[in-house]
Design a protein around this ligand. Sequence first.
Ligand SMILES: [Zn+2]
Length: 403
Amino acid sequence: MADSEREAPSACKRLKQDTIFEKFKTDFKDLGRLKSAYKSLCFDRRNPLIAQEIISCNAATGYGISFSRASCETRPYTQEIYPFGSIFTDGIELLNDFFTKTDYVPDNMTFRLLLAKLIHFLMDEKSHAAIRKIQRTDVSETELMIILAEHFFSRLSLSNTYSMDHFAKYKGNLLCKCGSCKPESLAANFDDTSIGNRDCWHGSLDILLGSTESFIHVASVEEELSPGEIAPFEVKLKNVEERRFRSQTLAQVIAFSFLQKASHPSLENFLIPCMAATKKELKIYFYDCKYDILLESRGIPLLVEIPGSNSQPLNFEAIIAAWLVLNYKYLCSGPFDSLLKAPKANFFKHAEPCLEIYEKELLYQHVGEQTTILDYGFLDITKPKFVWPSNLSCKPVDSENEY
Ligand SMILES: [Zn+2]
């Protein structure tokens, strides 16, 4: 953020008296592990971002494909590997100052609030305990969404508000595993989170921060038969690497990047991230719809083992990564020179017949509701599908008026 946007000194001076920075200095006892996690996440080649090439996808079939049926296969450009911190130079500068300057408090009000959010969460033992708690118990998809939205992502995002997919409201208990959150306040956080266009990729996002600031795709629960048994069912959580889950996440981040570019053309860059989350780990994808760049991180565990200790604290790498990603509008510096010169993801080529829809006709909310309902197994009211004649442009239907 430019220096010119700094707030008036009097306001900054007043805010410097806030206790959070002082409290961190006196109460936080794990600074060594925090600094080490920061260096490891942002600069270590074991935490790379790897550029991807799309080798096949169903982004432009001529009829709508919901995210749950999306297919997107990629392969890595093995020469195009970058440190995680390379696209977050603004965030790195802020963290460097924080770790190296004595009593550092940013003058810039936005950066100050961002840093306060991070510090507050680092010391938020109640939320840490809630995230640890779900490791030891079975959780439904809805319960996982609630605990991650309420006790992790919304605590680190500058946007205090969040929405969860309203279809998930009917798929599980509206109880937070922390044991304290009120069901009625949780219920108010479910809403229509659909994006896309009925004639291409579309569907609902699991967790949406702020007013379409960023989103998270949460791993759903699959029920599988135990070997040799008809019942009971064994509940098994998907892995972030699981092929179908990965395809869905890629389709979502690509559609979201186009939507962000159309909705917020003044953004400094369009390298838009999303997080795929299970109760065990995070994985982060970025897509830039201006330069056709697709990046993928490694899986980052939510907890870490401490040698010689039975405790499993939260992984500071996951906390810093989530903080950088959720606040990418302020902390992500976008693609740099060598990334711009790297081979492309080739989404433009694969989506060519419908690229104009992705660029100009994506919607937020009220998107493809019938298909979405079908995917959730409630109603069979899909309309017949048809194939676009190849010599016609892909003109979308007006989904808001159609229903
Ligand atoms: Zn709670």
